[in-house]
Design a protein around this ligand. Structure first.
Ligand code: UD1
Ligand code: CA
Length: 492
């Protein structure tokens, strides 16, 4: 073969390879698209929640510091939903206002005509070629691993249905099976005595291809005891259309429990806190009593952390290795570095605490505060928006606000930075190695220079020079011969 022929063969082989390659990737891609059919999650949250006896819409009540609906939305995000659609009603705009983070679609269900009617309101938002998972804004604690098999079933063109066997199934929709296969759901109020004896109940949570959902919802009727459009009626329609009902059960019964009253809310709160405590114990944290800790946010702990009873952690809290937290402390959005000990009844809010500090008992650390290494803050000391450098000590009864403090400063008992003049806040600067006597007021803006000493009882209005003793104190005097007044004797 001549050179031209060789080139032609090479070209042909390359073209064939390219064709094979693109053809294959195209097939792989379309298969992937089919397998990862987009998941859209519908959260029903239009109910009134009469039994909460509250003006707040039910789904905005909080569990572990987060709204019930917020828990469900977080789970929906974690499942990788392409869209999250919330159906709201009672309470009007309060629900979208409280939750809107730009990532949610809100659909109003003006009149609550049943779960099927609620789903219907959202259907125009859902893509025909996706799968829909239906969740409930008042069922906050369902694990992701419980929901994933339902979504997988829907992607395989089955209807994934979450059911649970209850010792007391009263009030729930019952799962009716024939020869072991689900054939329909009957609501408690519509059920016969025989059906009411069924213990397997509908949790309400299900997943199905959206095109099926759309066609079945259009067929729903409200000819039942409650005059409502029941979402549960789609089960019989699915069976009619030959769609397999694939039932799954949650790992724990409480994963599918809803909140209808403050009693149920309190019950789920304890269950959830118990779960968090178990996770902390499994991570090696010592809890003096796992039944007496409340985490309302995310608490992360290093090794050998010890937490005494009745502590509350809010927002994002990080405890470094070896941190010890005494009884009855509240920590909110705080970072505490390794080796620090926080004694009882200490409050820390939006602050950074360095290594090897000692705080409390009864200290209050307020927003904007940073404590460096080896800082001691004692009882009845309040610190706000201040930076305290290594080795400084503020041990008793003081207020330090809007202050920059250097290294190895010693603040005497009852010292106050007067940072507020009634209109503006001013800063106090205290340089390294300063010693401040008890009961001193520093009238900001003011600076105490390196190594200065302030005598007890000083009212500092001007800067104190470095290395000197500065004090403002009236001269002590004694009036000799002075007599205490005496009460005149009553005449009889
Ligand atoms: C529903 C199920 C039942 C299941 C039970 C589990 C139906 C018809 N029945 O019954 O099989 O055992 O849940 O708890 O679905 N909602 C709306 N709009 C409405 C009606 C309800 O958003 O028009 C929301 C509610 O806010 C609530 C949820 O849907 O979060 C369930 O509604 P609810 O009326 O409590 O249904 P159940 O009668 O309990
Ligand atoms: Ca209910």
């Amino acid at each position: 073969m001549n050179e031209k022929g060789n080139l032609r063969v090479a070209f042909f082989i390359r073209a064939a390879a390219l064709w094979l390659y693109t053809g294959r990737t195209f097939c792989a891609l379309s298969r992937q698209i089919r397998m990862n059919t987009s998941l859209e999650i519908l959260i029903l949250a239009a109910g009134k929640g009469t039994r909460m006896r509250s003006d707040l819409p039910k789904v905005l009540h909080r569990l572990a510091g987060k709204t019930l609906l917020g828990h469900v939305v977080d789970t929906a995000h974690a499942l990788g939903a392409a869209q999250i659609c919330v159906v709201y009603g009672f309470g009007g705009e309060a629900v979208p206002q409280a939750l809107d983070d730009g990532a949610l679609t809100f659909v109003l269900q003006a009149e609550q005509q049943g779960t099927g009617h609620a789903v219907k309101q959202a259907l125009p938002q859902l893509a025909d070629d996706g799968v829909t998972l239906v969740l409930y804004g008042d069922v906050p604690l369902t694990h992701m691993s419980t929901l994933q098999p339902l979504v997988a079933a829907a992607r395989a063109d089955k209807l994934g249905l979450l059911t649970v066997a209850l010792a007391h199934p009263d009030g729930y929709g019952r799962i009716v099976r024939e020869n072991g296969k689900v054939v329909r759901i009957v609501e408690h109020k519509d059920a016969s005595a025989a059906e009411r004896a069924i213990q397997e109940v509908n949790t309400g949570i299900l997943a199905v291809a959206t095109r099926h959902l759309k066609s079945w919802i259009a067929e729903l009727k409200n000819d039942n005891t409650q005059g409502e459009y029941y979402l549960t009626d789609i089960i019989a329609l699915a069976v009619r259309d030959g769609v397999v009902i694939d039932t799954h059960q949650p790992g724990y019964e409480w994963e599918v429990l809803g909140v209808n009253s403050k009693v149920q809310l309190a019950g789920l709160e304890r269950i959830h806190q118990g779960e968090i405590a178990q996770a902390l114990l499994n991570d090696g944290v010592t809890l003096m009593d796992p039944a007496r800790i409340d985490v309302r946010g995310a608490l992360t702990c290093g090794r050998d952390v010890v937490i005494d009873v009745n502590c509350v952690f809010e927002g994002q809290v990080q405890l470094g290795d070896g941190v010890q937290v005494g009884a009855n402390c509240v920590l909110r959005n705080a970072v505490v570095a390794a080796g620090t000990r926080i004694d009882a009844f200490t409050l820390i809010d939006d602050a950074k605490i360095g290594e090897a500090n000692r705080l409390g008992p009864f200290s209050r650390i307020r927003p904007g505060t940073t404590l460096a290494r080896d800082v001691h803050v004692g009882n009845f000391v309040e610190i706000k928006n201040s930076q305290i450098d290594d080795g400084s000590k503020i041990n008793h009864l003081s207020y330090v606000g809007d202050t920059t403090m250097g290294k190895k400063v010693n603040i005497g008992a009852g010292t106050i930075t007067c940072n507020y003049d009634g209109a503006n806040k001013h800063r106090t600067v205290i340089e390294d190695d300063v010693f401040i006597g008890s009961d001193t007021q520093l009238i900001a803006p003011v600076t105490v220079r390196k190594g200065a000493t302030l005598g007890a009882g000083t009212t500092l209005t001007k800067d104190a020079p470095a290395g000197e003793l500065t004090l403002s104190r009236a001269k002590q005097l004694t009036l000799s011969g002075w007599q205490r007044p005496i009460k005149p004797k009553k005449e009889s």
